[in-house]
Design a protein around this ligand. Structure first.
Ligand code: F6R
Length: 608
C-alpha cells in the first residue's frame, strides 16, 4: 500500500525523504515521488517502478529544499505510471495521499465545472484541486484544509505543502496510519515508525479524524471540528537498522529459515518452559468466563485464525465464529453477549480487520489483538495485545508471521482450555512439551527437505493449476499452501477440504493438475488417503505430504512423497507449513518472479 513521508528540516531533505521511502518499500508500491520547496517554488521528481528509478531521477535533477514530502504509490485508481505518481501539484499545493477518496468522481465533476484541469486518473488529485480552489478563494492553508476535509469521504492519510507557507507540512488522518516524529529542531512524518526510526524514536500517533500543522519546532493537532487536541508523545521501539537479507537470495527465504528461532522466542512469552505449563492469561483475557469466541482477519492471518478455531473448539470447548474481516464487518452479525474476540494481523493496520475490531468493541466485546507490530493501530485499539514476536517480516508473502500466529493461537487455546477446566494437568504438560519441541523439529525439517522440495518445485513451476487438499487443521493449511503458491508464482491454486473433493474440485483432476495432499497421520488420515486414491485413479499427479507413520501405513511408493517427522496434532500445522512455503518459494524462483514484492500485492493493506 502507499507510503507517506515528510520532513520539515533544518537542512536539505530530498535524500532523507528517499531513505525514509526505502524503509517503506516492504509495503509494496509501483511508483514513487518527492516534492520540496526549492528556491521558493514547489518542485517534484517522480518515477514509475522501483525507488531506484526515482533515485536516478534525483541524481540527474537534484532537488534542494529543507521541507518536503514523499510517497510510494500502490495504484488503486489509474495505472502505475509516472503521470499518476504522487505528489500531485496544483497551483502551489503539493499533496501525497494514502487511501481511497470514495466520492472523488463527484468532487472531480464539480471541480471540472469550475474549470479545473485534471492531469491524472487518480482519486487523490481532487485533494490538490480542492485545496487550490479554496486558496484561490482567499483562504489560508489552515482554513482551506479544514473546509476540504469536510468534503472528503473515504479513507485517507494526507501530507500537504503549500508553496506560500514554506515552513509547515499539513497532515490529516482518517483511516491509514500517520505518525509524526519529533526531532531536534526538525519534525518528520511517516506512514509508520519504521520509516522514521533512523531520524527519531519519539513519535506521536494521529488518530482518525485528526489533522494538524507540523513545523520545525511545533506540532498542532486538531480534531475534525477544528478544536485543538493533544496526542501523547511516545517512544517507538522500531529499530533504526534496516533489516537485510543476509546470505539469503530473498527476504522470504530468510524468513522461512528464521522460523525455528522466532517461534521459539514467541513460545517463551506464552509457556513456562521449565514447568511445561501454559502461562496464565486471565489478566489479559478472561477466557474462563466468555460464552464464545469471535475471530476475524484477512488472508494468511485469517487462515491462521481458521486453524486456531479447531484448537479453541477442541481444547477449550469454546465455540468460534470466524469470518474474513471484509465480510465480517458488513454482516451485521448479532454478537453473543459475553463473547470475546480475537483479531489476527501481522501489520496491525489492515483496514478490514481494524473495522471488524471496532465493530466488536463497539458492541461491548472484549477484544484481543494477535499482532506482530505492537505499535500498530489494531494493537493500540485492542483491550489486550498478544504479540507474536516474529520480528520484521519484509517478504510480502507471510511465512514466519503465519507460524508465529499459529504458535500464539495454540498457546492461547491451551490457556483457555486450562482456564475453563477443559484440559487436565497431564494433557497440558504433554501438549506444552510438544510445542516446546517444535522449533527443534522445524530446524530438522528445514535442513532435510530442501533437495526434494527443489526437484518438486521445478516440476510444479511448469503447471498452470495446482490443487491442495487436507482435512481438519490441514484444510486451512491447504488453503494457505495454495495462497502462498499463487501469490508469488502466479500459478492458479486452490485449497479445499479433502472431503469436498467429490463435490466439485475432482472435475479438475487430470495429468495437468498436480494435487498436493496434506496428510499427517491423525484421526483423518485414512479418509484423506481415500481421497488421494480417488485422485490417483483419475490420473492426477499426487504430491503426498505426510509424516513417518503416514508414509509407513500408506505404502504408496509410486507417489511423490515428502515425509516429515511424527509430531503431536497441535504442532502439525506449523511443521507442515514448511514444505508448503518452500514449494511456493522455489516454484517462484524457478519462474523468475519478484518473490519478495509480487506484482499487485502490498504488505500492509490499509484500505478496503
Ligand atoms: C499472504 C499475506 C496476506 C496477509 C493479509 C493480512 O501471504 O501476507 O494475505 O496475511 O493481507 O495482513 P495482516 O496480517 O497484516 O493483517
Amino acid at each position: 500500500m502507499c507510503g507517506i513521508v515528510g520532513i520539515v528540516g533544518g537542512h536539505p531533505v530530498s535524500q532523507r525523504l528517499l531513505d525514509a521511502l526505502k524503509r517503506l518499500e516492504y509495503r509494496g508500491y509501483d511508483s514513487a515521488g518527492v516534492a520540496t520547496i526549492s528556491g521558493g517554488t514547489l518542485e517534484r521528481r517522480r518515477a514509475q517502478g522501483k525507488l531506484i528509478n526515482l533515485e536516478m531521477r534525483l541524481k540527474e535533477l537534484p532537488l534542494d529544499g529543507i521541507i518536503g514530502i514523499g510517497h510510494t504509490r500502490w495504484a488503486t485508481h489509474g495505472a502505475p505510471t509516472e503521470r499518476n505518481a504522487h505528489p500531485h501539484i496544483v497551483d502551489g499545493v503539493a499533496v501525497v495521499h494514502n487511501g481511497i477518496i470514495e466520492n472523488f468522481a463527484e468532487l472531480k465533476a464539480e471541480l471540472e465545472e469550475t474549470g479545473a484541469d485534471f492531469e491524472t486518473s487518480t482519486d487523490s488529485e481532487v485533494v490538490a484541486h480542492l485545496l487550490a480552489k479554496y486558496r484561490r478563494d482567499g483562504m489560508s492553508g489552515h482554513g482551506a484544509m479544514q473546509k476540504m476535509l469536510k468534503r472528503l469521504r473515504g479513507a485517507f492519510s494526507l501530507a500537504i505543502i503549500f508553496q506560500d507557507e514554506p515552513s509547515t507540512i499539513t497532515v490529516a488522518r482518517n483511516g491509514p496510519p500517520l505518525v509524526i516524529g519529533h526531532g531536534d529542531g526538525e519534525m518528520f512524518l511517516g506512514s509508520d515508525p519504521i520509516s522514521l526510526a533512523p531520524l527519531t524514536n519519539e513519535v506521536t500517533y494521529l488518530i482518525d479524524g485528526d489533522w494538524g500543522l507540523v513545523s520545525r519546532t511545533e506540532v498542532m493537532i486538531f480534531d475534525s471540528e477544528g478544536n485543538p487536541v493533544t496526542r501523547p508523545r511516545c517512544a517507538s521501539m522500531a529499530l533504526a537498522d534496516r533489516v537485510t537479507k543476509g546470505d539469503y537470495a530473498h527476504f522470504m527465504e530468510k524468513e522461512i529459515h528464521e522460523q525455528p528461532q522466532v517461534v521459539a522466542r514467541a513460545l517463551t512469552h506464552y509457556v513456562d518452559i521449565a514447568g511445561r505449563r501454559v502461562a496464565p492469561l486471565s489478566a489479559r483475557m478472561d477466557f474462563a468466563n466468555v460464552s464464545s469466541l469471535v475471530i476475524s482477519a484477512c488472508g494468511t492471518a485469517y487462515l491462521a485464525g481458521l486453524i486456531g478455531r479447531y484448537w479453541f473448539e477442541r481444547y477449550a470447548r469454546l465455540s468460534v465464529e470466524i469470518d474474513v474481516a471484509s465480510e465480517f464487518r458488513y454482516r451485521d452479525i448479532p454478537l453473543p453477549p459475553h463473547a470475546a474476540a480475537l483479531f489476527v494481523s501481522q501489520s496491525g493496520e489492515t483496514a478490514d480487520t481494524l473495522a471488524s475490531l471496532r465493530y466488536c468493541k463497539g458492541n461491548g466485546l472484549k477484544v484481543g489483538a494477535v499482532v506482530n507490530t505492537t505499535e500498530s493501530t489494531i494493537a493500540r485499539e485492542a483491550d489486550a495485545i498478544f504479540p507474536i514476536f516474529a520480528g520484521p517480516e519484509i517478504g510480502v508473502a507471510s511465512t514466519k508471521a503465519f507460524t508465529c500466529q499459529l504458535t500464539v493461537l495454540a498457546a492461547l487455546a491451551l490457556g483457555a482450555g486450562k482456564a475453563r477446566g477443559r484440559i487436565c494437568e497431564d494433557e497440558e504438560r504433554q501438549l506444552v512439551t510438544s510445542l516446546i519441541e517444535m522449533p527443534r523439529i522445524m530446524r530438522q525439517v528445514l535442513e532435510n527437505i530442501q533437495p526434494k522440495i527443489q526437484l518438486l518445485s521445478r516440476e510444479l513451476s511448469e503447471f498452470s493449476h495446482v490443487l491442495y487438499l487436507g482435512r481438519g487443521t490441514s484444510f486451512p493449511l491447504a488453503m494457505e499452501g495454495a495462497l502462498k503458491l499463487k501469490e508469488i508464482s502466479y500459478i492458479n491454486a486452490g485449497g479445499y477440504a479433502a472431503g469436498e473433493l467429490k463435490h466439485g474440485p475432482i472435475a479438475l483432476v487430470d495429468e495437468n493438475v498436480p494435487v498436493i495432499i496434506i496428510a499427517p497421520h491423525d484421526r483423518f488420515f485414512d479418509k484423506t488417503v481415500s481421497n488421494m486414491q480417488e485422485v490417483a485413479a483419475r490420473g492426477g499427479r499426487v504430491v503426498f505430504i505426510t509424516d513417518e507413520r503416514g508414509a509407513a501405513s500408506s505404502k504408496l511408493d509410486t507417489l511423490q512423497t515428502i515425509v516429515l517427522p511424527d509430531v503431536e496434532e497441535i504442532v502439525a500445522p506449523m511443521i507442515f507449513s514448511l514444505p508448503l512455503q518452500l514449494l511456493a518459494y522455489h516454484a517462484a524462483v524457478f519462474k523468475g518472479t519478484d518473490v519478495d514484492q509480487p506484482r499487485n500485492l502490498a504488505k500492509s493493506v490499509t484500505v478496503e
